[in-house]
Design a protein around this ligand. Structure first.
Ligand code: CXF
Ligand code: ZN
Length: 363
């Protein structure tokens, strides 16, 4: 079985033959991945900006088929089609019991405590975020990190629901709760940003302003429902949004890059009484400054959201059904279909700024 090994920060990764332990503990599931998106967070982990150490297999946006399962409480069985959830759901902690499984306190412990892969030199590898290791042809994953979906939906698109779609559409529908007829500004139009735009379209926003340096991303934002666009290299983004809203600012502004200066910019372009929603994850050692009085005096809200504040056990199937109806366009979110050996190139392409989503396809 082949897997892309993450052995050191900022060093090219190589695909190697590895062996995978058979699932043995109750709840363990052997999955054959069929497709995996390449997410900017994989790049951030590789660069050392997110706290997941080398010695693992990256990839957290995958869909595949169950090969076998040991005593599955959620009823997973061979042949089931599944999407991986990179925040596993323990179902027992304070957060899971109180309707916030997206911040499950046990999730990453469940996900990252098994090392089922061994390299030819005998060293063991864990499965990265959620233990999913979707940059391996197969993985052994805890059922807390898998959601069964209908078998009649293409897995090459379903994988996107594992991260970008859920994070972006969920941010709009579950976290910010965008209302019909509103004006939405989106800073950053990669995979998650495009999903925010699609979510805003689904919510019935009247005006959706896509802000990104990349012309290609602004063009695809228009196809996903953006009504206006801003090139921040040419125009001050806050000024442009003010100009489009009679000087008020957007009802909702989403930051989908993960940069403190842009989080501040999203706050500035949010109207009085509006909602500024932070979706991107900045480097852990950064801070952001906000004019202290303005949150109160202008009745603005800043909200953070992880994983679209979704309950993946319901929302994954909800997103599949929206895609089946044609209300969510997943097919066009895939900018390139690649092979496992091409992920280093996909990282380079992401750094260059035009890629929306590369998707690895397995045989
Ligand atoms: C991120 C969210 C913050 C932790 C790492 C993963 N989301 C998806 O890429
Ligand atoms: Zn991701």
């Amino acid at each position: 079985m082949r897997a892309l090994l993450f052995t050191a920060n900022n060093e090219p990764m190589s695909v190697e033959e590895v062996t995978l332990d058979a699932p043995a503990q109750p709840g363990e599931v052997h999955v054959k991945w069929k497709a995996s998106g390449v997410c900017h967070s994989d790049l951030s982990v590789w660069e050392g900006k997110l706290p997941i150490p080398p010695g693992c297999i990256l990839g957290h946006e995958g869909a595949g088929v169950v090969v076998s399962a040991v005593d599955s409480k959620t009823g997973l069985a061979p042949g089931d089609h599944v999407i991986g959830n990179f925040v596993p759901i323990c179902g027992e902690c304070f957060y899971c019991k109180n309707g916030q499984p997206y911040v499950c306190s046990q999730g990453q412990i469940i996900g990252m405590s098994r090392f089922p892969f061994s390299r030819s030199d005998g060293s063991r590898f864990f499965g990265g975020m959620g233990g999913l290791a979707t940059f391996a042809e197969e993985s052994v994953v805890h059922e807390a990190a898998l959601v069964k979906i209908p078998a009649d939906f293409p897995l090459g698109q379903a994988c996107l629901i594992g991260c970008s779609v859920t994070t972006g559409v969920g941010a709009v529908l579950n976290a910010a709760k965008v209302t019909k007829g509103s004006t939405v500004a989106v800073i950053g139009c990669g995979g998650v940003g495009q999903a925010v735009i699609q979510g805003a379209r689904l919510a019935g926003a009247a005006r959706i302003i896509a802000i990104d340096l990349s012309e290609a991303k602004r063009a695809s934002a228009a196809r996903f429902g953006a009504t206006d666009s801003v090139d921040p290299a040419v125009q001050d983004a806050t000024g442009a949004v003010m100009g489009m809203t009679e000087g008020r600012g957007a009802d909702y502004a989403f930051e989908v890059v993960g940069h403190p200066a842009l989080q501040r910019q999203a706050f500035d372009m949010t109207r009085t009484g509006g909602v500024c929603c932070w979706v991107g994850v900045p480097a852990l050692d950064t801070e952001v400054s906000i004019p202290a009085a303005m949150l109160t005096l202008l009745n603005k809200s800043i909200i953070g959201t992880i994983y679209g504040s979704c309950d993946v056990r319901e929302d994954f199937v909800r997103f599949v059904n929206l895609a089946k109806k044609g209300d969510l366009d997943l097919a066009n979110m895939v900018s390139r279909r690649i092979k496992l050996d091409d992920i280093n190139d996909a990282f380079t392409e992401m750094l260059e700024g035009d890629a929306i989503r590369s998707v690895v396809e397995y045989d």
